[in-house]
Design a protein around this ligand. Sequence first.
Ligand code: SF4
Length: 255
Amino acid sequence: MNNECYLSEVFSAIQGEGPLIGVRQLFIRFSICDLRCTWCDTPDSLTKNESCTIEKESGIREFLEVKNPLSISNLLFYIEPLFKTKHHSISLTGGEPLIHHNFLKELLPILKKDFSIPIYLETGGHRPHELNNIIESLDYISMDFKLPSSANTGILWDRHREFLEVSKKAKNLKGIWVKIVITKQTLGEELTKSINLIKSVFKNHELEVFLQPVTEINNIKPPEELELLNIQKNLLNIYPKIRVVPQTHKLIGQK
Ligand code: SF4
């Protein structure tokens, strides 16, 4: 089993997206992503890094530089001091954490046993087989839907559908939701298609959808207020759980 992994950074911070906004999390940011979203705000995590940074103590923003790849015992050694602060959960983020599913398969049961803490996965939502490999150790899944008109990630509809189907079968999840980043370029017909796809899998509307107006980056802008109101109105006619929530962590200067 591959028990080493490339990380980008580890730090303690406030979750700024989705239904768990405001909770304190330990973020483990993995290196490597196979997508290249137009609005990506973690370009340093897209490929393997020679080293990663790990916060010395929760919330002090002083970091150790640690050579990659890290073994599980190495990672546990470095994150242990961060748990002097009470955290709601550990966020696996990236990059794309599911690329490291074999590492996670071994790591997650240890984290849950040693720290008694829920595991929260942030993912592009396009790797259903890898999800299936670790889903029994997850508590929350924040899954992205990448729309071709604005994400520039190609066509992922079938992979998103399969990901939803795998998620739906999980018995142990405390929460799963879909996040859709929307920009001025996002096509209404793609939003409608994505909501219909979600509805076809979660027929009882168990899953919430978060429309996230993009935080301006690379001259990519969010829709105007009236557009947003109109988008939500149209989608609510198809599916009852559509919320519009921007990234809040950026408002307090958190990256
Ligand atoms: S999935 Fe996330 S890490 Fe990968 S390119 Fe998109 S925004 Fe960046």
